[in-house]
Design a protein around this ligand. Structure first.
Ligand code: BV8
Ligand code: ZN
Length: 266
């Protein structure tokens, strides 16, 4: 993979420096260097399954144990991962630059963890608010009732014992007895209108959309950067591979998030 030219990095840096408002849109690629497998990359996600087959209400209705096994495996894996240089650089950007909005498709919580760590280091201890991302697809560690929607709070599902549980032994809602499920947005499910509305407004108002580590295949997330372009804003893409957004990028930086993002924002 050829490193992006110094000129391209400088061009992107000057667009970011000149911007009043920045929207950052990240996907699984921003967490790849933290050890979280991407959905569609070489690492593949899990056994022989594709996300589109398991991350759906139909899959959960058919085999809730298998779906829980996948999420319990992901929770255990992500719990061992740390934010990487890209997460920390984006948190520093959001905390130091008013008018920056972080939006992520990821459910791994690594942006939020980086936000808290950076806020504690910077002059505003504890106030991580401005660097907390809009989580378009929910939170891997959240759990809610599949029937009444009630938030079930912290529910641990053991990645090993889940493999031998029966459906009757799966976690249930204290209020209605319905099956509990991970607090994420599955394919065919609508995103939280408040979160999507805020992300869309940020993209519509941004001078720069910085798109990091997404294959730009999943909608409506993949359509957000187009709002920035539509208002004459710039699109900067950081990705080792080309995506459907690449042709529309003002600057396309072919490289990894961990290497490039700190060079753009620090
Ligand atoms: C919706 C949460 C309205 C769960 C996810 C048929 C029926 C129903 C809907 C549809 C349909 N056909 C199409 C749709 C719409 C569908 C969709 O877009 N499908 C796609 C596959 C075509 N969207 C939806 O269903 C959405 N809801 O539309 O509601 C509606 C309602 C009813 C009926 C119709 C419509 C909901 C989508 C949300 C799905 N949930 N995740 C979970 O995580 O378990 S999506 C999942 O994919 C993740 O959130 C992930 O973030 C997302 C996108 O993937 P990426 O993040 O981009 O990751 P990917 O692996 O693909 O790419 C990684 C990239 O990183 C690569 O480009 C790689 O090159 C790069 N990379 C690798 N290493 C690095 C790197 N970059 C930088 N540095 C590195 N080191
Ligand atoms: Zn319930």
């Amino acid at each position: 993979m050829s490193d992006p030219t110094h000129a391209a990095i400088e061009r992107a840096r000057s667009l970011i420096d000149a911007a009043d408002r920045i929207v950052v849109l990240t996907g699984a690629g921003v967490s790849a260097e933290s050890g979280v497998p991407t959905f569609r990359g070489a690492g593949g996600l899990w056994k022989t399954f594709r996300a589109e087959e398991l991350a759906t209400p139909g899959a959960f209705a058919r085999d809730p144990r298998l779906v829980w096994e996948w999420y319990a495996w992901r929770r255990a894996l992500v719990s061992e991962c740390e934010p990487n240089a890209a997460h920390f650089a984006l948190a520093r950007l959001a905390l130091s630059r008013e008018g920056t909005t972080l939006v992520t498709q990821n459910v791994d919580g690594l942006h939020a963890r980086a936000a808290h760590e950076v806020a504690d280091e910077m002059a505003c201890p504890g106030d991580a608010t401005r660097a907390m991302p809009l989580e378009l697809h929910g939170d891997l560690f959240a759990t809610r009732c599949n029937d009444c929607g009630r938030d079930a709070g912290e529910v641990t599902v053991d990645a090993t014992s889940i493999t031998t549980k029966s459906v009757a032994e799966l976690p249930r809602c204290a209020r209605c007895g319905g099956l509990l499920r991970p607090g994420v947005v599955w394919f065919g499910e609508s995103l939280d209108p408040g979160v999507l509305g805020a992300a869309t407004a940020a993209a519509e108002g941004a001078d720069v959309a910085l798109v990091v580590g997404t294959s730009a295949l999943v909608h409506p997330a993949a359509g957000l950067a187009a709002h920035t372009l539509a208002r004459g804003g710039a699109l900067i893409e950081v990705n080792p591979d080309a995506t459907p957004l690449s042709d529309r990028a003002t600057v396309a930086l072919r490289g990894t998030a961990g290497a490039i993002v700190p060079a753009l924002v620090d």
